[in-house]
Design a protein around this ligand. Structure first.
Ligand SMILES: Cc1cc2nc3c(=O)[nH]c(=O)nc-3n(C[C@H](O)[C@H](O)[C@H](O)COP(=O)(O)OP(=O)(O)OC[C@H]3O[C@@H](n4cnc5c(N)ncnc54)[C@H](O)[C@@H]3O)c2cc1C
Length: 390
């Protein structure tokens, strides 16, 4: 007879990554008493890397449960391009992978089972690799992103080194993009997070049409950049890398308009990267993951379908615009000129930039981005929109 467990679980979260860890935290905060089970294929929950985001990316209502996860907050951040440096007085925050795992382990009402792999998911039931069937009225699939290759997408690929310094560093705030570096493999920039006087993350990044990442090359470039900042490295503490999709076709890992699949008195929600809940133009998932976690926690029990449909419609409309920008960037702009698009974008008024990252662009923001965008302007022969500078 099949081994079946359930009956005492209200929500079953499959995959203990970013999305489901945030969901568990938000549900435990807003719905105390709920019985939540979290299953994870790996032997333990938690990752070594961190997730960063702009404070303005997440709604104010989320801070009561989100605040405890922040390991570092800087009041401003910086952008560097060949023509200018801009310091933007908007806070940048980091949530630590270890801190998130610790907090999830402490949550009341949340049972965690590691080393359990899900192989089949449907509304109300999950089949595990060892034949166990787990049942719950609501199943949330947070098994993470699909791996390359993916049709209709370009890639954000990066390798970061967290460095211990022998001498205090003088970098005061995150450098979110330093594009003054040699342009190679699409748009290339370096990302720098000064976690402490003696600890800094230096990440070499490309927005590229190819998912291939040569670790030795990226590592060497990150170290060369650290040397150019005059950082005296004692040791490299940690390395992280990623190849994340930047889709430009609607078919490439998009968001379902109706993300909740209904069964008989049960449901399945595809969440996180797996469900298309991320920003196509940054390949980052944190801000949308927070909004989805809050939405599920607020609407749980009643109006979940409506709440999710409304959020999905909003994110899908924003995502369509972001995909259009990706299409223009990767299909109309020569690889060596892509940095100029970003150089123009970051000259926009600060609130427009903030809304773009938060997936909350207004029609006026969109018009402004497009009119300022040389390939689009030349398509439509907009007078005075400006071309790519020589
Ligand atoms: C190194 C790195 C740094 C990043 N930094 C940022 C950042 O700073 N800001 C940002 O917004 N985004 C960042 N991202 C991108 C994005 O936010 C993350 O990829 C995010 O973790 C996606 O969340 P998720 O929950 O969908 O998937 P994941 O966090 O990948 O979680 C998926 C989980 O499901 C588990 N799993 C998979 N298959 C099964 C199965 N069959 N059964 C059970 N469990 C399973 C996995 O082991 C994993 O724990 C980063 C990505 C990487 C790789």
């Amino acid at each position: 007879m099949a081994d079946i467990r359930g009956g005492d679980i209200d929500v079953l979260l499959v995959g203990a990554g970013l999305q489901n860890s945030l969901l568990a935290t938000a549900l435990a905060h807003h719905r105390p008493g709920l019985r939540i089970e979290l299953i994870e294929a790996r032997p333990a929950i938690g990752v070594e890397h961190a997730w960063s985001f702009f404070e303005s990316d997440v709604p104010k209502e989320s801070w009561p449960w989100l605040d405890q996860l922040i390991v570092k907050r800087w009041p401003a951040h910086e952008l560097r391009f060949p023509g200018y440096t801009r310091i933007i007085p908007r806070a940048y925050c980091t949530v630590g992978g270890a801190r998130l795992a610790e907090r999830v382990e402490e949550l009341p009402g949340v049972a965690i089972e590691c080393g359990r792999e899900a192989v089949e998911l449907r509304p109300g039931e999950v089949l595990c690799a060892d034949g166990l069937r787990l049942r719950a009225p609501l199943i949330i699939d947070g098994r993470g992103p699909s791996r390359p290759p993916m049709e209709g997408a370009a890639w954000q690929k990066f390798l970061g080194l967290e460095l211990r310094l022998a001498r205090p560093c003088t970098i005061a705030q995150p450098i979110v993009m330093d594009a003054t570096v040699a342009q190679d493999d699409g748009y290339r920039f370096v990302y720098v997070l000064p976690f402490a006087d003696d600890r800094v993350l230096v990440e070499d990044t490309c927005f590229s049409v190819s998912p291939d990442l040569d670790p030795a090359l990226f590592r060497a470039r990150a170290l060369a950049y650290a040397a150019s900042l005059d950082l005296e490295i004692e040791t490299s503490i940690r390395e992280e890398q990623g190849v994340l999709p930047m889709p430009y076709r609607e078919t490439a890992q998009g968001l379902d308009a109706n993300p909740l699949q209904r069964g008989e008195e049960s449901a399945l929600l595809r969440a996180g990267f797996r469900g298309g809940w991320y920003h196509p133009a940054t390949a980052y998932g944190f801000p949308v993951a927070v909004r989805l976690a809050d939405c599920v926690a607020h609407h749980f029990g009643a109006n979940l379908d409506t709440g999710l449909r409304e959020l999905a419609l909003e994110i899908a409309s924003q995502s369509r615009f972001a995909r259009l920008l990706n299409r223009m960037l990767f299909q109309l702009v020569p690889a060596t000129s892509r940095w100029r698009i970003f150089e123009r974008f970051y000259r926009l008024p600060e609130p427009s930039i903030a809304r773009f990252y938060a997936l909350r662009t207004t029609l006026a923001d969109r018009a402004r981005i497009l009119v300022d965008h040389p390939p689009f302007a030349s398509w439509f022969r907009l007078p005075g929109a400006g071309g790519v500078r020589a």
